[in-house]
Design a protein around this ligand. Structure first.
Ligand code: SF4
Length: 574
């Protein structure tokens, strides 16, 4: 039975466990895990064919961390548990509420976890949220008490009887976990780490396929956690001080869309001499409404931008020359991740190569390709469902609805699984033509440095010093190794030779020294990683177990009380 908007009888005293679904993730199993879909966003859908050059890292379940930081009940967060670790937790610790956060494809894991909770903690209330909640028949698939659609902090506050108007605390969330590239696990110094920042959720543009927009209300809707530049500035100052960071990954579907807030933040950054850098998601139409001076001043150093497809009808791309926009951004050192969709209505076997070539011609630093997918909760899903075009789960199970394998609907002209090959063709062509993304990003960083290192504003100069500080010591050996790796591929070899020439022109003997001294070492690491991957090597995230401050206070109180009662009952106890 699904009860919504009720209140838990324990209120703020409820003991809460929040957990992500269990791993391992990079394997094919009966719970819907898939080897092609590990718990690695970047490797999954951006650099998946780039072998040893692929970015390997994990991102925390930041939505639940945000909830944990903003409720007044004692709460433990268990992130990336194994099945055994999850069972151990619910067997040995009593909870009043157990919340599971999941995306749609992991519905079988959620089902299994609900069964285990009923077995080991039948008194606990089971709450399920995240994208999986968009499945219209979820209540029939799993045994949960509460299914939460949309924004979870407000829901939990209401459920516990907390004041929903309290300002939101921002948790400290390092963006990357176990960052690995070119065969090396990168040790990131505290100052070089990136913190996750969540100013809003949802996007009012409401593209028909967009599940994150749909989850928070769809077209015209969004939820601001921080409304003004002042509020955001204060939060960023707090994170800067507590985490000692100056770089932020902004988990906001369309950060720059909230223009007064962004420009308010810029004004305060100027007044307080802040050289922060931001990695953001932004649609092309929104980006093009800012001047380059504003984007540079605001510290925009990396952008994830939807390109979708040449003839797509999305308003966000109307009248925009996206290739010119990408080149312009890169010329100011802004690295671009372009996102293209394969298998839109107008795509066909006859035009698919043209579609791919158009995407590849953007020469973005990174390129995500996704299959056009009708995910539950989106307008596209509703439209295709009414038209009877959604494939039944006997044909395409929910665990395949991740956009990297096959369609979950009947395409007008692409059939028989052709889309799987088209998608891989797009990734491979982008990689073959433009080379490893990490090397492309080095080229863009160098462009930004050369253009802005002498900027009259010291605040801007400092940021580019920060961004370019590793170009010689790390960037040069990476380019030298890539150059050697692609020695037999004239197009890429020439591209990397030119880049190396530019690096040497900029940094002189120092660059030559690092190319010779460290390039062969990086190449060796690349070859080792290549060998590991060929033998089926995979990566899994570590498990995190974190208590919020209320839980820690509760433990301290209990420890104090326990000591007193032990002393009274058993004076001989140590
Ligand atoms: S612009 Fe991007 S985030 Fe916004 S609705 Fe469209 S796809 Fe989603």
């Amino acid at each position: 039975m699904v009860l919504q908007n009720s209140q838990h009888p324990c209120g703020k005293n409820a003991r809460i466990l929040l957990t992500s679904v269990f791993g391992p993730y990079a394997q094919d199993d009966e719970f819907g895990s898939q080897k092609i879909n590990p718990m690695e966003l970047w490797h999954n859908q951006v650099t998946r064919v780039q072998g040893p050059f692929s970015l390997r890292m994990f991102n925390r379940s930041f939505g639940m961390l945000f909830i944990q930081a903003n409720i007044s009940a004692p709460c433990v967060m268990l992130d990336f548990p194994t099945l055994d670790r999850f069972i151990e937790e619910i067997k040995n610790n009593r909870y009043d509420i157990i919340g599971i956060g999941s995306i749609t494809i992991n519905v079988l894991k959620v089902k299994k976890m609900c069964e285990l909770i009923r077995k080991y903690q039948p008194e606990a209330t089971i709450v399920v949220g995240g994208h999986v909640a968009n499945l219209p028949d979820l209540h029939a698939r799993i045994d949960a008490d509460e299914i939460v659609r949309g924004e979870g902090v407000r829901w939990f506050r209401e459920y516990l009887g907390d004041d929903t108007s309290q300002p939101l605390r921002h948790p400290e969330i390092p963006t990357y976990v176990d960052y690995r590239n070119m065969g090396t696990t990168v040790t990131i110094k505290p100052r070089d780490r990136t913190a996750t920042l969540i100013p809003s959720v949802g996007c009012p543009l409401g593209c028909n396929f967009c599940v994150t927009s749909a989850m928070f209300g769809g077209k015209g809707k969004f939820v601001n956690f921080y409304n003004t530049g002042e509020e955001l500035f204060e939060i960023i100052c707090q994170l800067e001080a507590s985490m000692k960071v100056q770089s932020f990954f902004v988990m906001d579907e369309n950060f720059l869309l909230h223009r007064p807030r962004a420009l308010g933040l810029l004004k305060l950054m100027e007044e307080h001499d802040k050289s922060w850098s931001f990695n953001v998601f932004s649609s092309a139409n929104v980006l093009s409404k800012y001047t380059m001076e504003q984007l540079v001043g605001l510290g925009i150093s990396w952008v994830w931008m939807g390109l979708e497809g040449e003839s797509s009808q999305y308003a966000k791309l109307k009248g925009i020359d996206s290739r010119a926009l990408v080149r312009k951004l890169q010329s100011y050192g802004i690295r671009v991740l372009g996102s293209s969709i394969i298998g839109m209505e107008e795509h066909s076997p006859d035009n698919i190569d043209r579609v791919i070539d158009y995407a590849v011609s953007h020469d973005t630093d990174f390129h995500q390709f996704m299959l056009y997918t009708a995910l539950a909760g989106t307008p596209l899903y509703e439209e295709l469902k009414i038209a009877g075009k959604i494939k039944p789960e006997t044909e395409v199970p929910t665990s395949d609805h991740h956009g990297q394998f096959r369609f979950n609907f009947h395409h007008p002209v692409i059939c028989d699984g052709q889309e799987t090959e088209y998608l891989l063709r797009a990734f491979h062509r982008d990689f073959a033509v433009n080379g490893p993304s990490v090397v492309r990003a080095i080229a863009t960083t160098l462009k930004g440095w050369r253009r802005l290192k002498d900027h009259p504003d010291p605040r801007i100069r400092r940021r580019f010093e920060f961004e370019a500080k590793d170009l010689v010591k790390h960037g040069v050996p990476m380019v030298a190794a890539a150059l050697e790796y692609y020695r037999d591929q004239p197009r890429l070899r020439s591209r990397f030779e030119n880049l190396m020439t530019e690096l040497v022109a900029e940094y002189g003997e120092q660059a030559e020294h690092f190319a010779v001294a460290a390039g062969p070492f990086v190449l060796e690491k690349i070859r080792e990683e290549e060998h590991r991957l060929k033998t089926g090597w995979t990566y899994e995230p570590p498990t995190f177990y974190e208590k919020n401050s209320v839980w820690l206070e509760m433990e301290n109180r209990q420890a104090g009380n326990l000591t007193i009662s032990q002393t009274r009952l058993n004076p001989a106890a140590p």
